[in-house]
Design a protein around this ligand. Structure first.
Ligand code: KIV
Ligand code: ZN
Length: 542
């Protein structure tokens, strides 16, 4: 008989807390909705004690995604808390509005963490776990406990700590390989030991939570499942601290594709995977490497001649999964200049986007502009337009016009026209080391919000000289924002990602930069527009 594996998604907590993955509250809500459509069982919506904004974001997800009106079962909404009353209270305040709330609390159990980070003895750790799990259980029925750095903890001590957590009311015991240190054999052995030797474990769910520092997160997670874990903690695209967490898409597709071996099922609708992956990548500004398993741009490309020949004879010669199974549509020439609004609506619905009238109108305007420049518009172009139009942060400043002069004959110069939150147009010119640098300096001249450009990635969406370009950027905020990382407990410099798509790559670059800056402005609630009504170019010399 098949074993059901619960998928616990922590994209919005472990994923979002990683450097560079900051999302606005509105984006988190969109991702949460997409995760619910994907069919995850539990979503860890955040770390409410990190900041009042984090608490509010989790609460909104609990209210809006953690409840349904059509009689369907909503996902469990989980909030993370360190083992303190204050954190647990905040987590409870945030998740309580959900129909199925969960508090997840943790305390480190490895010698190195207890000695240097916690400065606590084993006895003190056991006592704290007992006390805090019992406190969390007095508020909420569904309690998950994690012994942080379990991968490097003494197994005998783990059995004792987990046994106490169970007695105090924990129902899910999550085993994290916090620093991605273990190998599949070791991690599988650890889970088997816990399943066999922890008092009371038979009535609880064992969960696995692996980090990817040695590139073994998925292998370790699968080894944990083979050894008796019934919940896997994962993130979309594997985003997370350092080298990331186990990727949801890898675990789910391994269990699905190798079903005869694992005999496990999940509740995930795999056809939603590509779409959620794209959404998370756009919102976080963390682009997916082309050769990434399942969701990378090349994951289903068969370029080598020998592969193509095999594929034409029988597609299973080189393909172990159908691209459609993960929602990757085979690129087809679909629409053109003469296609109407209705055709666009139908095509978008085929691609899984049910747009309302306002969204369709926005998209149709962009589609028409694109169709004037590009003869044939593919599904991939449409997906890029959707990302560019609809998966965007609230715009304080938007790009109204852009002109650049560059080449070998002079200094790259850009003039930008931005509409600001004050309803005014702002025009600014700047000189830079290249056209993108000049554009970014001109934008900085209008929006005087200090930031540093950390990453700039550009690529063509489809083949052909008239292809659209897609740009992803990441910027670091010039000021520290009041949020702490859960594990190091340090204040962090938050970074923001932005995405832009256009047939003109300089325009795409400007949009991506503005999207990132708009997000930063939302997070800080601060901006300093140039003088109202200012419309005179002010040249900033690089
Ligand atoms: O990696 C880890 O140990 C964690 C815990 C908070 C579960 O993310
Ligand atoms: Zn983690």
């Amino acid at each position: 008989m098949d074993t059901y594996i619960r998928i616990f998604d922590t994209t919005l907590r472990d994923g979002e807390q990683s450097p560079g993955a900051t999302m606005t509250s509105a984006e988190k809500l969109e991702v949460a909705r997409a995760l619910a459509r994907l069919g995850v069982d539990v979503m860890e919506a955040g770390f409410p004690a990190a900041s009042p904004d984090d608490l509010e974001a989790v609460k909104r997800i609990a209210q809006e995604v953690g409840n349904t009106t059509d009689g369907s079962r909503p996902p469990v909404i989980c909030g993370l808390a360190r083992a303190t009353k204050n954190d647990i209270d905040k987590a409870w305040e945030a998740v309580a509005p959900a129909a199925r709330p969960r508090i997840h609390t943790f305390l480190a159990t490895s010698e190195i963490h207890m000695q240097y980070k916690l400065k606590m003895t084993r006895e003190q750790v056991v006592e704290k776990v007992r006390e805090m799990v019992a406190y969390a259980h007095s508020l909420c029925e569904d309690i998950e406990f994690s012994p942080e750095d379990a991968g490097r903890s003494d197994p005998e001590f783990l059995y004792q700590v987990l046994g106490e957590a169970i007695k105090a009311g924990a129902t899910t015991l999550n085993i994290p390989d916090t620093v991605g240190y273990t190998t599949p054999e070791e991690f599988g052995g650890l889970i088997a030991g816990i399943a066999a030797k922890t008092p009371g474990i038979e009535n609880c769910v064992i969960s696995v939570h692996c980090h990817n520092d040695l590139g073994l997160a998925t292998a370790n997670t699968l080894a944990g499942i083979r050894a008796g874990a019934h919940q896997a903690e994962v993130t979309i695209n594997g985003i997370g601290e350092r080298a990331g967490n186990t990727a949801l898409e890898e675990v789910v597709m391994a269990l699905t594709t190798r079903h005869p071996m694992y005999q496990c099922v999940t509740g995930v609708d795999t056809t939603q995977i590509a779409r959620v992956s794209k959404m998370v990548s756009n919102y976080t500004g963390m682009s997916v490497q082309p050769n990434k398993a399942i969701v990378g741009a090349n994951a289903f490309a068969h370029e080598a001649g020998i592969h193509q020949d095999g594929m034409l004879k029988h597609n299973q010669t080189y393909e172990i999964m159908r691209p459609e199974a993960v929602g990757v549509k085979q690129t087809r020439l679909v629409l053109g200049k003469h296609s109407g609004r209705h055709a666009l609506k139908i095509r978008m619905a085929d691609l899984g986007y049910n747009l309302d009238d306002a969204e369709l109108s926005k998209l149709f305007d962009r589609f028409k502009l694109l169709a004037d420049k590009k003869k044939t518009i593919t599904d991939t172009d449409l997906e890029a337009l959707i990302s560019d139009e609809l998966y965007q942060p609230r715009e304080y400043f938007s790009l109204e016009g852009l002109q650049v002069a560059c080449g070998t004959m002079g200094m790259p110069t850009a003039t930008v026209r931005l509409s600001g939150p004050d309803g005014q147009m702002h025009v600014q010119a700047a000189i830079g080391s290249g056209p993108v640098d000049a554009v970014y300096k001109a934008i900085d001249g209008v929006i005087k919000a200090p930031s540093t450009l950390l990453e700039f990635v550009i690529h063509a969406i489809t083949e052909g000289i008239d292809a659209m370009g897609e740009v992803t950027v990441r910027i670091a905020s010039g000021e520290k924002l009041p949020s702490i990382t859960v594990q190091t407990e340090r204040e962090q410099v938050r970074t923001f990602g932005g995405y832009g798509a256009d047939t003109d790559i300089i325009v795409a670059s400007a949009k991506a930069y503005l999207a990132a800056i708009n997000k930063m402005l939302v997070a800080t609630g601060q901006y300093e527009p140039a003088g109202a009504g200012e419309a005179v170019a002010e040249v900033t010399v690089a």
